[in-house]
Design a protein around this ligand. Structure first.
Ligand code: IMP
Length: 193
């Protein structure tokens, strides 16, 4: 079986990817290849950070690798927090801190348009590829729902009355930025056979 490294140690992302890739690739984590370095993600774009992680692993371990990076872009905030979504409220903040900061920043704001974006960078057989997924919606006035993570309780995707945190995993995966980017990657790899 061909092997590919997914440059993450996030157990949920890994399990999901292993299920999808079953029979096609053996998906290895950073831990599986003994990569314990702290990879510094200091690019100022989502694409850049995805590429930093994939390139670090490919250059150091000489393996095929892909990596993902995501962020929330809010129109009224000029695209912020974007690549800084994880640490919007500070270096060691919680998901709730980020939600609170976003609701405060958007107080009284009438343009609430926002989009989640995911970029997957893939290094395969010496070539680099990118796959993007996007989900448009808006920032709600208040948080609703308990499913999911991050900004899910305050992001309502277009065409739905519920937030990501109310919609549940299955619906979210079908329409989310990460779901879309991942399906593009899978289709590409399946096409190669
Ligand atoms: P990552 O690159 O996938 O780790 O995402 C970076 C940050 O963006 C996360 O820590 C979250 O704050 C936010 N984020 C990414 N995807 C989602 C999502 O699907 N729902 C809510 N927040 C997300």
């Amino acid at each position: 079986m061909k092997q590919i490294v997914f440059a993450t140690n996030n157990k949920n992302k890994l399990r999901e990817m292993r299920e999808i890739m079953e029979g096609l690739y053996e998906v290895l984590s950073l831990e599986d290849i003994g990569c314990h370095e702290d990879i510094v993600e200091d690019a100022d774009t989502i694409e850049g950070n995805a590429k930093i992680k994939a390139d670090f692993v490919t250059n150091k371990y000489h393996v095929d690798c892909f990596s993902d990076d995501s962020g929330l872009e809010v129109e009224a905030l000029g695209g912020a927090p974007g690549v800084y979504s994880a640490r919007y409220a500070g270096e060691h903040c919680t998901y709730q801190d980020n939600v609170d900061k976003m609701l405060a920043a958007m107080k009284g704001q009438t343009n609430r348009r926002a989009a989640f974006r995911t970029c997957i960078a893939l290094n395969l057989d010496g070539k680099s590829y990118f796959f993007e997924g996007r989900c448009d919606g808006h920032i709600t006035e208040e948080q609703r729902g308990t499913d999911g993570f991050g900004y899910d309780p305050i992001f309502q995707p277009d065409g739905y009355e519920q937030t990501f945190a109310e919609l549940g995993h299955e619906v979210k995966n079908a329409i989310s930025h990460r779901g879309k980017a991942t399906r593009k990657l899978i289709a590409f790899l399946k096409d190669l056979g």
